[in-house]
Design a protein around this ligand. Structure first.
Ligand code: GDP
Length: 366
């Protein structure tokens, strides 16, 4: 195929992979103005669609922000902070100021202390080497916090461009679509935008005559469950509603299975509560540690599901890491799946997750 460029964003047109940049259905190539599917939808439905790109392309593209002068808005998923915070962001965006926006606030229990959460996010960002100007909590689906955020963005951007950066699945498209619908009278939101040194373009949504909101493609995070499960299972593990914490009083020698995707063994310590934050639809089973291996062996994909059959075919083998919990209020995080909070210190636990999905511990988020 000869090299065809999308008139909207400048990416090279391809007709094979709908999830990658530049995809256009073969039939659309006969039209006079050729647009990739993403630009087509943006132009005709005012709707943005996310595409994913490789790590290298992502770095190249986002690094070009370093040479620009604007405000960077880093959108993260507060249900999966560890998986969605881009640790190298400061390095790749240079001196441009960064605002951190935690999306999907509607998923956390209503009782969540938002001030504390903002403080927590700020320190997580700091630990990841990202200096943030401000932190906001929003729900793109419900609309919480959007008005406040847009007012503050207007103030912070000082008439400059705004770059929206985030990993896939954080809700970037939902967020931008909301902004587009909110700004009235926007018909042609695409303007051509080529960045020197890359073959890919960003999409620009004009904010005023001289500046724009710029959407950058999302990078795929391979360290989270989403990367390893079928579409059907992804629906089950992705929470859609406020999470109802499920509390288990455990003695040492007991095990919790999160479907058949994760497992936590309580090896040693005083009886205490294990507070589980997972999608309400994800079944949790409690069993004796001594029976856990056999149960997993015989029942993964059956009683212990998800995984469904399709996921089972590709899911990596489980690996185990052991932690001695040394501080009060600690979360054991299964990235993209959820977390379990231990309120007391002193327990020794063993967390099992598929190889490639690393469990981590953190100071409690809620
Ligand atoms: P993108 O890949 O970053 O563009 O993410 P999308 O906008 O496609 O959203 C990914 C998933 O997260 C979809 O299932 C959305 O419905 C969901 N989502 C986006 N924003 C929110 C939110 O504020 N709350 C909840 N509960 N889900 C959200």
């Amino acid at each position: 195929m000869e090299k065809i460029i999308c008139q909207g964003c400048g990416s090279q047109i391809q007709t094979t992979d709908p999830d990658q940049t530049g995809y256009a259905p073969p039939s659309s190539l006969e039209k006079e103005t050729i647009l990739c599917q993403r630009c087509f939808r943006l132009k005709h439905y005012n709707e943005i669609q996310d595409v994913s790109i490789t790590d290298d392309d992502f770095l190249k593209m986002v690094s070009s922000i370093r040479n620009a002068d604007g405000l960077v808005v880093h959108l993260i998923d507060i249900f999966d902070v560890n998986g969605s915070l881009i640790k190298s962001l400061q390095r790749i965006t240079g001196d441009n100021p960064i605002i951190l926006v935690g999306n999907k606030l509607d998923l956390l229990p209503k009782s969540t202390n938002q001030r504390k959460l903002i403080h927590w996010l700020r320190s997580e960002a700091k630990e990841a080497g990202i200096k943030v100007l401000d932190v906001f909590l929003i729900s793109s689906v419900k609309g919480y916090g959007i008005e406040d955020l847009t007012t503050e963005l207007e103030r912070y951007r000082k008439q400059k461009d705004v770059y929206i950066v985030g990993t896939t699945n954080v809700g970037k498209s939902t967020f931008i679509n909301r902004l587009i619908k909110q700004s009235t009278g926007l018909k042609d939101v695409i303007t051509t935008s080529y960045f020197p040194g890359t073959t890919l373009g960003f999409i620009e949504i004009p904010l005023d005559d001289n500046s724009a909101l710029i959407d950058t493609p999302g990078i795929v995070n391979k360290q989270q469950y989403a990367h390893y499960v079928s579409d059907h299972d992804l629906k089950m593990i992705t929470p859609k509603k406020e999470i109802k914490p499920r509390i288990y009083q455990l003695n040492s020698g007991q095990t919790l299975f999160i479907g058949g995707l994760a497992r936590l063994d309580f090896i040693k310590g005083e009886r205490q509560s294990f507070v589980c934050y997972f999608s309400n639809e994800l079944p949790i089973h409690r069993t004796k540690l001594e029976k856990a291996d056999a149960l997993f062996e015989n029942q993964q994909g059956e009683l212990l599901s998800p995984p469904d059959k399709q996921t089972l075919e590709t899911l990596p083998k489980m690996t185990e890491s052991t932690y001695k919990i040394s501080t009060e209020k600690t979360d054991i995080v299964f990235p993209g799946l959820g977390w379990i909070t231990l309120n007391e210190k002193g327990a020794t636990v063993s967390a099992h997750s598929p190889k490639g999905v690393s469990v981590s511990i953190r100071k409690s988020l809620i």
